[in-house]
Write a protein that binds this ligand. Structure first.
Ligand SMILES: [Zn+2]
Length: 283
C-alpha cells in the first residue's frame, strides 16, 4: 500500500504533465471504485484546467478552474499511468486499454493519465476547493510530517499521557498524516525506540528526536522515488512504486545493521500488523 513518499512521488510525476493543462476529455469506465464516483464526474472534469496538483496525507488533490478539486486516493493497488509524449522525454505511444483502467484523462498537451486499480480500493471524488480541507476524509488528519506544524513540541504534547504503543501512535493519522507501517518501522529503528514502548512513557527528548528522524526517512524515500521517475521503467508510465532498501521493514531474521549490534531483526504483530525491529538496540 503506498505511503506518503510513494504518493508524493506520483504527484511529482503527474505535476509536469497536468498542472496548467486542460483535461480535453475525461472517461469514466465504471460507476465506482471503493465508493461511487460523484454524479457526472466525466462531464465535470472535461474541459477543466488543472490549476495545481497538491497532496494532503495520502490524497492527491487536483484543483480545477471550475472551483472543484479532484481527490485521488490510490488505495491498495491504484496506479496512475502516464502515456503520450507531452514533455518530449518519453518515446512511447498510448498502451492498449487494460481491464482495470477505470478513469482516463486525456490532457490537451497529448498526455494520457490512466487510473488503473485491479483491487478497486482506490477512490476519486470531486470536492469544492474552498472547503476541501473540511471534507470528512481530510478534516481529522493531523499535521503533514514534512510541514512546519509537525514539530518537536507538537509531538511531545501529542504523545503525553498516551497508553498506546508508540508504533500505533505514529500510525494514528490524527497525530501525524500519511505514515504507514513501513516508514514507522524505519523511523523507530533509527531512533532506537522500541515499537512496544508506550508513547506516553518515552522521555520527551527521545520523542523530540523522532521528529527529524521521521522527516529524514520520508525525505530519503521521496528522493529514491524521484530517481525512479527518471529511470527506464518509469518511462513506461508506471509512477510511484519503487524498490527501496529498508533497515528494519521486511528483514525478519536478518542481521541488524546498527553499528556494533549482533542481534537479528525480529517481527511481532501489533494491532494486526507486522512490526519489524531490533530487540537489542531498540529500547
Ligand atoms: Zn540492533
Amino acid at each position: 500500500m503506498p505511503e506518503l513518499p510513494e504518493v508524493e512521488t506520483v504527484r511529482r510525476g503527474l505535476a509536469p504533465v497536468m498542472e496548467g493543462q486542460v483535461i480535453a476529455e475525461a472517461r469514466v469506465n465504471r460507476p465506482d471504485l471503493r465508493w461511487p464516483f460523484p454524479p457526472g464526474m466525466a462531464a465535470r472534469l472535461t474541459g477543466r484546467r488543472v490549476l495545481r496538483l497538491r497532496r494532503r496525507s495520502k490524497y492527491i488533490l487536483a484543483d480545477l478552474d471550475s472551483g472543484e478539486t479532484l481527490l485521488i486516493h490510490l488505495g491498495m493497488s491504484g496506479r496512475m499511468l502516464v502515456s503520450g509524449d507531452p514533455l518530449g522525454r518519453f518515446v512511447h505511444d498510448h498502451p492498449a486499454a487494460e481491464k482495470h483502467d477505470h478513469v482516463v484523462l486525456d490532457m490537451d498537451n497529448g498526455a494520457r493519465i490512466t487510473f488503473n486499480d485491479p483491487r478497486r480500493f482506490g477512490a476519486m471524488d470531486l470536492l469544492e476547493t474552498a472547503t476541501a480541507e473540511q471534507h470528512k476524509l481530510l478534516a481529522l488528519i493531523g499535521p503533514e510530517p514534512l510541514g512546519n506544524d509537525f514539530s518537536e513540541p507538537y509531538l511531545v504534547a501529542a504523545f503525553k499521557g498516551r497508553n498506546t504503543p508508540v508504533k500505533s501512535a505514529l500510525l494514528d493519522q490524527r497525530i501525524v498524516a500519511g505514515l504507514g507501517n513501513i516508514y514507522v518501522c524505519e523511523a523507530l529503528f533509527r531512533s532506537r525506540i522500541s515499537p512496544r514502548r508506550k508513547a506516553g512513557q518515552i522521555a520527551a527528548t527521545r520523542v523530540a528526536a523522532l521528529v527529524p528522524i521521521i522527516r529524514q526517512v520520508l525525505a530519503e524515500a521521496i528522493e529514491a522515488g524521484g530517481s525512479s521517475l527518471r529511470d527506464f521503467r518509469q518511462a513506461d508510465g508506471e509512477l510511484g512504486y519503487f524498490q527501496h532498501s529498508f533497515d528494519a521493514y521486511g528483514r525478519e531474521g536478518e542481521p541488524c545493521r546498527a553499528a556494533g549490534c549482533t542481534a537479528t531483526i525480529a517481527r511481532i504483530v501489533q494491532s494486526g500488523r507486522s512490526t519489524f525491529y531490533c530487540p537489542q538496540c531498540q529500547r
